[in-house]
Design a protein around this ligand. Structure first.
Ligand SMILES: *Cc1c(COP(=O)(O)O)cnc(C)c1O
Length: 430
């Protein structure tokens, strides 16, 4: 199985975190998001252990909460001693509502509104990652108005091509995110942030993309950022902290073999140490921001098969009771997934099908021409590794209710996000 939390039991049913997925589907209905708490906590601990080992504890992993956001995940992250990054007032509100410590929150975004920045300062959010000159000026003004000092990072475009999908590549110069190094903009921003009153420029940030398998882009980005830090130091601008972003790839398809995160961390830490030595820099305090790799492999989505439509010589459509409303990733960018017939998980996967959702869109597909166990109406399908960027990207298109999210721990399940009802759909209608 592609995730360690998945298995097949003596009944031939798929299990997650020791819970039988067929029983979960019967108890909570489908579609259903299921996540394994143990896998999530283990991922956090592995990142923390790597920081302890390779940076002597001088660093902190921040959970990138856009991957999966609800109150319970912030409670788990707080218990694991993680920091968190948020990218909107709504994520910030959720984190604070869950009691997540404000000082361990990093606030990102290329166009934070003034209301969002105000909220962040009011609630004593630890760090604002500034994206552009306008934001630096706004922050300085708000700091004066509110009598605050703001810990500021600058988001830098290190110009790294991370060989990932174009839509989620953000490190290069043609990106809406951050200050460009090549043009001198980043240096100008550092001078501005250093000189503006109310701002304390403590760090630099970069995030080179997502679902990246190679190690080299991360190492190169770290090197570029540290060289820039050394240049600023010569100008008298001391930067003490470095946030290297997230983007570590996970296994969606069986043929994918991502490096263990420990190996990522070790290699990047080696580059950090070597570059600091060469540039005569003190090693900065290091942050990383994994999102997908913490929650992605820990989640699956369960569906019930409705119609099975064989078009001879063309393909077989298996229609499910969810689709692009709970998982838009295939429709958006042809994301790969493994699909399993959960109640026949012990059988061979020799049935080639296209899994289609129930929306009025031909493009509402979850996977095309993929091999699953033979299935018929009423069977339960499991789409694997859906813990990241599924629930958070869900919508009410076609007035379809969002499914509940169930968290499993040692075989026991609990609802952490209720499913929506028809009344929920009409709640704001006048
Ligand atoms: C999305 C994002 C992350 C997390 O990326 P993953 O690929 O989920 O690890 C980290 N930092 C920033 C700034 C992001 O926008």
């Amino acid at each position: 199985m592609i995730s360690t939390c998945l298995d097949v039991n003596e009944k031939g049913h798929l299990t997650i975190g020791g819970a039988d997925t067929v029983d979960l589907a019967a108890a909570y209905g489908t579609p259903l998001y299921v996540m394994d708490e143990t896998a999530i906590r283990e991922a956090c601990r592995s990142y923390k252990a790597s920081i302890d080992e390779f940076y002597g504890g001088k660093g902190l992993p921040l959970y990138a909460s856009k991957a999966f956001c609800c109150k319970e995940i912030y409670r788990i992250m707080a218990e694991e001693g993680m920091g968190a990054d948020v990218v909107s007032g709504g994520e910030l509100y959720t984190a604070l509502a869950a009691g997540f410590p404000a000082d361990k929150i990093f606030f990102h975004g290329n166009n934070k509104t003034e209301a969002e920045l105000k909220l962040a300062l009011e609630k004593n959010v630890g760090t604002i990652v500034a994206d552009n000159m306008t934001e630096l000026h706004t922050l300085s003004r708000l700091a004066a108005e509110m009598g605050r000092r703001v810990r500021v990072f600058l988001r830098i475009k290190p110009g790294i091509d991370a060989h990932t999908h174009n839509f989620i590549r953000t490190g290069q110069i043609d990106s809406k995110f951050g200050f460009a190094l090549e043009t001198g903009e980043a240096e100008e921003a550092a001078r501005l942030a250093h000189s503006l009153s109310g701002l304390e420029l403590v760090g630099l940030h970069c995030h080179i993309g997502s679902q990246i398998f190679e190690l080299d882009p991360f190492c190169l980005a770290a090197e570029v950022m540290l060289r820039f830090m050394a240049r600023l130091q010569k100008e008298g601008i001391q930067i003490k902290e470095l946030n290297l972003g997230g983007g570590f790839g996970i296994r969606y398809k069986e043929e994918e073999h991502p490096q263990p995160y420990h190996a990522f961390m070790e290699k990047v830490a080696g580059t950090v140490a070597a570059t600091c030595a060469a540039e005569k820099l003190e090693t900065p305090y290091i942050y990383i921001e994994p999102g997908r790799s913490i929650v992605g492999p820990a989640g699956i989505t369960l569906y019930t098969v409705g119609a099975v439509k064989d078009i001879p010589g063309v393909r077989t459509y298996v229609s499910i009771d969810g689709g692009m409303t709970d998982n838009p990733r295939y429709a958006l960018y042809q994301a790969g997934y493994e699909v399993i017939t959960a109640n026949k998980a012990g059988k061979p996967r020799n049935f080639t099908v296209t899994v289609a959702g129930k929306c009025c869109e031909s493009g509402d597909l979850i996977q095309e021409n993929t091999k699953i166990q033979y299935c018929e109406p009423g069977d339960i399908l499991a789409v694997l590794a859906t813990g990241a960027y599924n629930y958070t990207m869900s919508s009410n298109y076609n007035r379809i209710c969002r499914p509940p999210v169930v968290m499993v721990k040692d075989g026991e399940a609990r609802v952490i996000v209720k499913g929506e009802t028809y009344e929920d759909l009409c709640r704001n209608d006048m």
